[in-house]
Write a protein of this length. Structure first.
Lengths: 329, 344, 378
């Protein structure tokens, strides 16, 4: 296997539940707990799970919006490697140029008081790249690429003068203006209308193909993940419980949680007979979780091993299909 | 007659018409002009039937719900048309009468269950309040409590939860409690506007199943409103597709999914990703929905329609029956091809 | 520096940018700013109250500007007793007699001896402490119109000075005070609010406890006490009101606004691009707080004028003339209890204070609707 673009090992983030000036916190939410995965150059990995499972936190750790509690994430930046969890100050610039993020809400991710040009050229301005005219040309070129044509008519508009889909295109242009190698996309289409969703997803796929961008695609929607991603990782309460190539995961889910999740996804076909998701109770919070399997309480097939042994490791069960379950052979 | 406390639907015999909308036009008045939010909507709903209304945001599907419930804001007006519930017109009823009907005849389940509850009262007491206001006869306190317990059991909640405050409920439980409240006065019709939009898939699945079971059990009529055609596919018998304030297609859910006849429904269905069926390239829908203050002439979909002809920009097609209870508002419905890949 | 990112002519498709690249950026920005100003003006002008308020402010602005012009033209050379009665600074002085004040007598016996000695020419000096102005009471003249040469449209005060002239001068004082107070308070509040919101933690705690402290101190009594120690002029008062107001309530309000901006994803996006704290605060947070700052600036003017009027009425300010001082003169000369018989002494000044404050308040309320779309009527 070729060297991966991103190699995450044991990435962990614990949030203190209550902060106080005088007492050190005793309760922690284990938002992301020792997760490991790799992303190859040009590949897109889908990170799927219910709200509160830690998928967004993982994304924020990888773009350094939050600092990891532990673990490493090595990013290949072309001329060497960089550990995202410990970037030396002098290499911050290299890091920022190679990693970008696309956000969920196109209405909140653009500063309402800045024009499209200001927003898209901001990374260039911050990194002090090019003259103003060069930046204008570069921004125009990107607007053209993301389908905002003719660019001249969009350059000096404010976000409120754009539709939701157009705003998300601007956000994509901003993310790509520095030619990053790795982009974290946090539910970029979940707030958009169905009819616009596909064109944005297609745009992201085309840009990935043309520019060789790798995505970590965070979504709660398995159908969207299927359309966008080469591989899918399923997260539950801070742990990756299953990871496999997309079609393999959908056709042969092995972790009981993945199965329940798949059974619950609504299918746009009234003739399709779904099986009932087999799962108990509701999702809880990972506050100081016990060492056993995180899915134990809700698992329909848990036995004594599950109740006593530690959380199962994520192991390859053949064909790059990784599952973290005691009961999967 | 059975016990008055039974939970049932007060609608008529299954199959008879409960609700009839006839050419309803509703508009909002804004500074920029009139927004034509609901334009010539005609459909009827049988007792015991589940009807789905699907469309993008701003297509007027929620406006239809508000019109039915008589909950229009001050700047809205029903321009023409008639709405009949059980053969009685409910357009232009005085506010007082409409309010009495709202929980008793038509109940609602809105999106964002968090906001439906007043945080300072116990959930059970809020349902009790609804019972006191809308239940035709006076109940004793014990009768009320008993009924609330039954309602909670029906929607899969522990009756003891009635004594809790809304913040002690999870999102899914809150939405279940909203359904219990909607059922509290034995309504003839429930309008569920995006009932599961804010919920995670597993909870969404549970809630939808619950609604479907209750509907079957009580013989209730439900109008589901959603932007998610997958949800509509799962729970409805019949569905209408809305675009820019107009109903463009109406028919049996299976029929519409199997053979959509309106280009918009066709494109909507072919641009929806699914986890079943072969993995395929989806067809994007070009352009953006129109501004409803100044909608396009002729068919409102024609600027985005790949099948549009010159006639489409001049004349506005009306919803016409094409057989089998399937109606479509398009001149070129016969050109719309069969959908590929969605069915096995 | 040259950068590979931008200098790759092969991969760049030629895109027609029209005149955009040719036009300098500042010209485009000016055009864009003008466009959004027009849009906001349209929203603002929808509100009748705001337009009336703005009209009031404009009228007072004309009044303030008119004073020096009238003084140089129409009112030139109206000397009475050697001084121009229209000049508020000199007008009253013309009839004031300077009088020497003798030190307060601490020990009557020795003091009398000393004074006697002085009077008998023994060479002892009477300690001179300062001069006070004693004014012989004249009867305030009612408004006179017929005599154009010496017109007193709103009459004169008990010292014979022209009321209308003082009214115009008061508008100048009000604008000056309002501007200083509002600008300094909003400048401080914006910085304190955004810094507290952005950094949080200890900085936030310290700044907010300071704000609590400032709110706890009642402003007016504090100013009354301070006026006993220092001579407070218009500038000083403006800055004092500004600092105390800016560190208190306004800072807390602007902080909450900054907090709501700080959590928006576009701040995250700026961080990911590598934006420094300075850049994020100045380019992203402050521009989004500024409309609210501006709003509180308008409310601030109203507050400052009321405080000035109160302090002037109590005679605690070292100011040439203001609306508050006009009422103070009427009061100290004993005309306040005569009802409306000498209405021109109090009514014009009182009305001016009320209407001027109302004008700013109305503009602020109308701006509130522009800034907070939720308040807008559909």
């Amino acid at each position: 296997m070729t060297e991966p673009l991103l190699k995450v090992e044991g990435l962990t983030k614990h949030f203190p539940v209550s902060k106080s000036l005088f007492r050190s916190p005793t309760d922690f939410i284990h938002a992301v707990d020792h997760i490991s995965f790799e992303i190859a150059l040009g590949e897109s990995l889908g990170l799927v799970g219910e709200s509160g499972c830690g998928k967004s936190t993982t994304g924020r750790l990888l773009v350094k919006l939050d600092e990891a509690t532990g673990g490493t994430a090595e990013l290949d930046i072309g001329e060497g490697k960089l550990d995202i969890a410990h970037v030396p100050k002098e290499e911050m610039r290299d890091f920022r140029r190679n990693v970008q993020m696309i956000f969920q809400d196109p209405f909140e991710s653009l500063n309402p008081r800045r024009t499209v040009f200001d927003t898209v050229s901001e990374p260039l301005a911050v990194q002090k790249i090019g003259t103003v005219t060069e930046r204008e040309e570069r921004v125009a070129e990107l607007l053209h690429k993301v389908g905002l044509t003719p660019p001249a008519t969009f350059l000096f508009r404010y976000p409120h003068e754009l539709s939701g889909g157009q705003r998300q295109r601007v956000a994509i242009a901003r993310a790509l203006v520095l030619d990053p190698r790795f982009v974290v996309a946090d539910e970029p289409t979940s707030m958009l209308d169905v009819s616009i969703r596909i064109s944005i997803m297609d745009l992201m796929l085309n840009l990935a193909r043309d520019a060789g961008v790798s995505y970590l695609y965070i979504t709660h929607d398995l159908a969207v993940a299927r359309y966008m991603c080469d591989r899918i990782a399923v997260m539950y309460l801070g742990k990756i419980v299953e990871m496999a190539p997309t079609e393999e995961l959908l056709s042969n889910p092995r972790h009981p949680y993945t199965r329940a999740l798949l059974a619950a996804v609504p299918v746009p076909d009234p003739a399709f007979k779904k099986q009932a998701p087999d799962i108990k109770g509701g999702i809880s919070k990972a506050i100081n979780p016990p060492p056993q399997c995180r899915f134990l309480e809700r698992c329909p097939m848990a036995n004594e091993t599950c109740a006593t042994a530690d959380h199962p490791p994520l192991l390859d069960r053949g064909g790059a299909h990784l599952v973290a379950c005691h009961l999967v052979p | 007659m059975t016990n008055t406390l039974d939970i049932e639907s007060r609608g008529g015999r299954a199959g008879t018409t409960l609700l009839k909308l006839d050419d309803v036009i509703m508009r909002y008045h804004t500074k920029e002009g009139w927004v034509s939010a609901v334009e010539n909507i005609t459909f009827d709903l049988a007792n015991g039937e589940a009807l789905g209304l699907v469309g993008e945001s701003g297509c007027g599907k929620t406006s239809v719900a508000l019109t039915l419930l008589g909950l229009l804001p001050d700047n809205a007006a029903i321009i023409s048309g008639d709405i009949q519930l059980d053969g009685e017109s409910i357009v232009g009823l005085p506010e007082e009468q409409m309010r009495r009907r709202r929980w008793r005849d038509i109940a609602m389940v809105f999106q964002g269950a968090m906001n439906s509850w007043n945080p300072v009262y116990k959930v059970g007491d809020q349902i009790r309040e609804a019972l006191r206001l809308h239940w035709p006869e006076t109940l004793t306190y014990t009768q009320e409590t008993e009924r609330i317990g039954q309602l909670f059991e029906l929607v899969g909640l522990n009756p003891l939860m009635a004594d809790r405050y809304p913040h002690e409920f999870s999102g899914g439980m809150r939405q279940r409690a909203v359904i219990a409240m909607a059922l509290s006065c034995n309504p003839k019709l429930i309008i569920a506007d995006e009932p599961t939009t804010a919920l995670d898939v597993i909870v969404q699945d549970q809630i939808l199943k619950e609604l479907k079971n209750i509907q079957a059990e009580l013989g209730m009529s439900i109008i589901y409103i959603s932007h998610d055609i997958a949800v509509i596919a799962e729970v409805t018998d019949r569905m209408g597709v809305m675009y820019a304030g107009k109903l463009v297609e109406l028919g049996d859910t299976i029929e519409v999914f199997h053979r959509p006849r309106h280009p918009y429904s066709y494109l909507l269905l072919s641009s929806t990703p699914s986890i079943t069926g072969p993995r395929r390239k989806l067809a994007p829908l070009e352009g953006e929905p129109p501004n409803l203050i100044d909608p396009p002439t002729g068919c409102r979909f024609h600027p985005r329609c790949p099948f549009a002809t010159e006639r489409c920009s001049l004349e506005d097609p009306v919803l016409t029956q094409i057989g089998g209870g399937h109606a479509v508002a398009c001149f070129n419905w016969q050109d719309v091809p069969e959908i590929g890949g969605l069915q096995k | 520096m040259t950068d590979t990112l931008l200098s790759d002519p092969d991969s760049t498709p030629t895109i027609d940018l029209g005149e955009i690249v040719a036009t300098p950026l500042w010209r485009i920005r000016l055009r864009v700013a003008w466009r959004s100003f027009r849009k906001n003006w349209a929203l603002f002008s929808d509100n009748k109250m705001g337009v009336v308020g703005l009209l009031i402010i404009v009228v007072f602005g004309i009044m303030a500007l008119a004073h020096p012009i009238l003084l140089a033209t129409a009112w030139e050379g109206h000397e009475e007793g050697g001084k121009n009665v229209y000049d508020v600074r000199a007008g009253a002085d013309s009839i004031i007699v300077e009088k020497t004040v003798v030190d307060v007598v601490t020990d009557p016996v020795t003091e009398i001896g000393r004074i006697e000695a002085a009077l008998m020419g023994s060479g002892a000096v009477i300690p001179e402490v300062g001069t006070v102005l004693e004014v012989p009471l004249a009867n305030p003249a009612p408004p006179v119109f017929r005599d154009v040469e010496h017109a007193h449209v709103l009459g004169t005060d008990p010292f014979g000075a022209d009321i209308f002239s003082q009214l115009l001068f008061g508008a100048r004082a009000a604008f000056l005070l309002g501007a200083i107070a509002a600008l300094s308070s909003v400048f401080l509040a914006t910085i304190v609010g955004t810094v507290a919101a952005f950094y949080g933690g200890t900085i936030d705690t310290l700044l907010m406890r300071l704000a609590d402290l400032v709110i706890l101190i009642p402003l007016l009594p504090l100013l009354i006490v301070m006026s006993g120690f220092w001579q407070i002029g218009l500038m000083g008062l403006g800055i004092l009101i500004g600092v105390l107001g800016g560190l208190g309530g306004t800072a807390i309000i602007l902080k909450s606004q900054a907090l709501s901006v700080k959590v928006k994803p576009f701040i995250d996006a700026a961080r990911i691009s590598g934006g420094t704290d300075w850049r994020i605060i100045t380019r992203h947070i402050i521009p989004n707080v500024l409309p609210l700052s501006f709003l509180y600036m308008m409310f601030g003017v109203t507050g400052a004028i009321f405080i000035e009027a109160t302090l002037s009425f109590l005679g605690l300010l070292n100011i040439d003339a203001s609306w508050g001082i006009m009422i103070n003169i009427a009061h100290t000369q004993g005309y306040t209890l005569q009802g409306l018989k000498v209405w021109w002494l109090m009514v014009p000044a009182g009305l001016a204070i009320t209407v001027f404050s109302a004008g700013f308040f109305m503009v602020a309320r109308a701006m509130d609707e522009v800034v907070n779309p939720r308040l807008r009527r559909r």
